[in-house]
Design a protein around this ligand. Structure first.
Ligand SMILES: NC(=O)c1ccc[n+]([C@@H]2O[C@H](COP(=O)([O-])OP(=O)(O)OC[C@H]3O[C@@H](n4cnc5c(N)ncnc54)[C@H](O)[C@@H]3O)[C@@H](O)[C@H]2O)c1
Length: 305
């Protein structure tokens, strides 16, 4: 099996690389940057290119069975600040990638959407895949639009695909200095002795889950005979931000201070994904408890100083 991962040097992509190599698969990575956290393992072919580099992508796609499309610029906050750039950098390059996949005869495209933003405010909890998609950020809207184009490629041109909608993965190699990823950011603050900033009153609920569990789910999503559908991946249970802070204090043994700031309009109040479909179809469930996952992430963050 030969797999190509766009954005394979990033937080999630790097875990896919390791998991797929462990399964004996051949891995090709397309990424624009060198990662400060991830050294490309021997045997992986790295193509340093932008997602809109047709020539480089066309060549890299030769002989590829499955493409994992993760490369994405910006998240909810950045997308709200500059919608047009967000759409330009992500939407058209994704559509071009799908066309190139068809030309190259790729067997399946697995697109990384976003369980946290695709559905918008929940009508039911936990949120199943068939819940209406009403994103409230340009990031979520661009993700669902790409999902729809991919489904159209499936129905019109026969491209096989899977959509992955993760809730809130965390773990090693998520930047502790980023704006996304409460776990890494909170642990980073704990390490540096800085106060944690929470938007809102800390009652926002999310179902955090360990990135290694997500990578294992992706392995199954690549090969399932039941493609052409979306899969939620998440922790199964939600916790509040305030509870996460308690866990961070527990795991780090540090008295972390919290500063509350005004809530952000695009943060949905509660996000817990229904992971029944992944359980039933893929035989997947999250295996790493939050305490254990936080320990692993804390060890990694401390090792980086
Ligand atoms: N991290 C999360 O909490 C989360 C949750 C749900 C979905 N996702 C999605 O999963 C995917 C991976 O997320 P991540 O957290 O690993 O992000 P990341 O920022 O750590 O990694 C993204 C990688 O893509 C590369 N990249 C970005 N734009 C590119 C371009 N135009 N050309 C070439 N390379 C490009 C970057 O260099 C980086 O290595 C993204 O699509 C993201 O939207 C992430």
């Amino acid at each position: 099996m030969r797999v190509l991962i766009t954005g394979g040097l990033g937080f999630i992509g790097s875990h896919l690389v390791e998991t797929f190599l462990g399964a004996g698969w051949e891995v090709v990575v397309v990424d624009r940057a060198v990662s400060p956290y991830f050294t490309v393992p021997a045997g992986v072919r790295l193509v340093e290119a932008e997602l809109d580099n047709r020539g480089a992508l066309g060549t890299a796609l030769r002989g590829v069975d499955v493409v994992f499309h993760l490369a994405w610029t910006g998240e909810s906050l950045a997308s709200s600040q500059d919608m047009r750039t967000h759409v330009e950098l992500n939407l058209l390059p994704s559509l071009r990638l799908f066309e190139l996949c068809e030309e190259a005869g790729v067997g399946r495209v697995v697109f990384f959407s976003s369980g946290g933003t695709a559905y918008g405010p929940a009508e039911t909890l936990p949120i199943p895949e068939e819940h209406p998609r009403r994103p409230i950020s340009p990031y979520g809207l661009t993700k669902t639009t790409v999902e729809d184009f991919l489904a159209m490629h499936g129905s019109q041109f026969g491209l096989d695909y899977v959509v992955v909608r993760p809730s809130v993965p965390y773990g090693e190699r998520q930047s502790p200095r980023g704006v996304q990823g409460a776990v890494a950011v909170f642990l980073g603050k704990a390490l540096r002795g800085e106060p944690i900033v929470i938007w809102g009153d800390g009652s926002v609920v999310r179902d955090y889950f360990y990135v290694g569990d997500l990578a294992r789910g992706c392995l199954l999503a690549a090969t399932t005979p039941e493609g052409r559908q979306a899969f939620n991946f998440g922790g199964g249970n939600g916790i509040t931000m305030n509870r996460l802070v308690e866990l961070v204090r527990q795991v780090t043994g540090r008295a972390v201070e919290v500063r509350y700031e005004e809530g952000r309009a695009f943060d949905v109040p509660e996000l817990v994904l229904d992971i029944e479909r992944a359980r039933r179809v893929l035989g997947w469930s999250p295996a790493v408890a939050i305490e254990e996952g936080l320990e692993r992430t804390w060890r990694w963050i401390r090792s980086r100083g």
